[in-house]
Design a protein. Structure first.
Length: 213
C-alpha cells in the first residue's frame, strides 16, 4: 500500500488524529486534536522520528475536540489548514464552545483554504477525494482514498454508530442522507477510520450498524 495510516487518540474526548504517510514521506494530518504539551510532543516526535514532511492539515469538521491542535500544527509546521467553508461560523464560535466544555483555547486561526465536494488532493502517489457529508456538523467532510480502499469518516459514521445531531447545525435526516449517498455507496471492503473509536468497514456498517437498519 503506497499510503500508511497512523492513529493517535488525543484529548479528553478521545479523538482519533490520523497521520497519512505517503511513500515519499509526505504526510497529511487529519483532525489534529492534540491538546496537552505531552500530546503535542507525541505527535511531533512521531513525525520527526519517521522523518515525515507534513504538507497539509485537514479537519473533518470544526467541533472543538477535533481542532484543539490546529494552532500547534500551524506554529510547528506552518502548513495550510483546510476545511469546508460551511464550518466557518461554527469555527468562529469555538472559544465559546471551549469554555462550555471547560477547555482552554488560547488562539483560534481560520482555515487557509476551503475544500469542496469531490475535490481531489494529491499526497505522494495517492489521491484523497473530499466527500461533503453534512448532518453532524456544518461543513462535515469525509476523506476517501479509492485506490487504498479507506475512508476517514470524522463524526459522520462510527463502528456501530453514527454522529450525534443534537449540536448546533445538526440534522438527523441530513446525516442519514449523507451516509446513504456518500458512504454506503463505497465498496464493501473499504476500511472506515472514524473520528472516535475503532475502525470498521463499509460492508459491516451496512449490515450491522443499528442506526442504518
Ligand atoms: Zn463532532
Ligand atoms: Zn468528535
Amino acid at each position: 500500500m503506497p499510503l500508511h495510516i497512523h492513529t493517535f487518540v488525543f484529548n479528553d474526548f478521545g479523538v482519533n488524529t490520523y497521520v497519512l504517510e505517503a511513500d515519499n514521506r509526505e504526510c497529511i494530518i487529519v483532525d489534529a486534536a492534540c491538546h496537552s504539551a505531552n500530546e503535542e510532543a507525541t505527535l511531533s516526535g512521531f513525525i520527526s522520528s519517521k522523518k515525515l514532511k507534513p504538507i497539509l492539515h485537514i479537519s473533518t469538521h470544526p467541533h472543538i475536540d477535533h481542532i484543539l491542535g490546529s494552532a500547534f500544527i500551524k506554529r510547528e509546521y506552518n502548513i495550510p489548514w483546510l476545511m469546508h467553508a460551511e464550518g466557518t461560523t461554527l469555527l468562529k464560535q469555538s472559544p465559546m464552545f471551549a469554555s462550555m466544555f471547560g477547555l482552554e483555547l488560547s488562539e483560534i486561526n481560520l482555515p487557509d483554504r476551503f475544500i469542496s465536494d469531490n475535490e481531489k488532493i494529491d499526497i505522494g502517489d495517492s489521491v484523497c477525494e473530499i466527500l461533503f457529508t453534512p448532518g453532524h456538523a456544518p461543513g462535515s467532510v469525509c476523506l476517501y482514498f479509492a485506490a487504498e480502499k479507506l475512508v476517514i469518516t470524522g463524526d459522520v459514521l462510527f463502528c456501530g454508530s453514527i454522529g450525534r445531531t443534537d449540536l448546533p447545525g445538526g440534522n438527523t435526516q441530513t446525516l442519514l442522507n449523507s451516509i446513504a449517498e456518500k458512504l454506503l455507496v463505497l465498496p464493501n471492503d473499504t476500511k472506515v477510520y472514524p473520528g472516535h473509536g475503532p475502525t470498521s468497514t463499509i460492508g459491516s456498517e451496512k449490515n450491522e450498524n443499528p442506526y442504518l437498519m
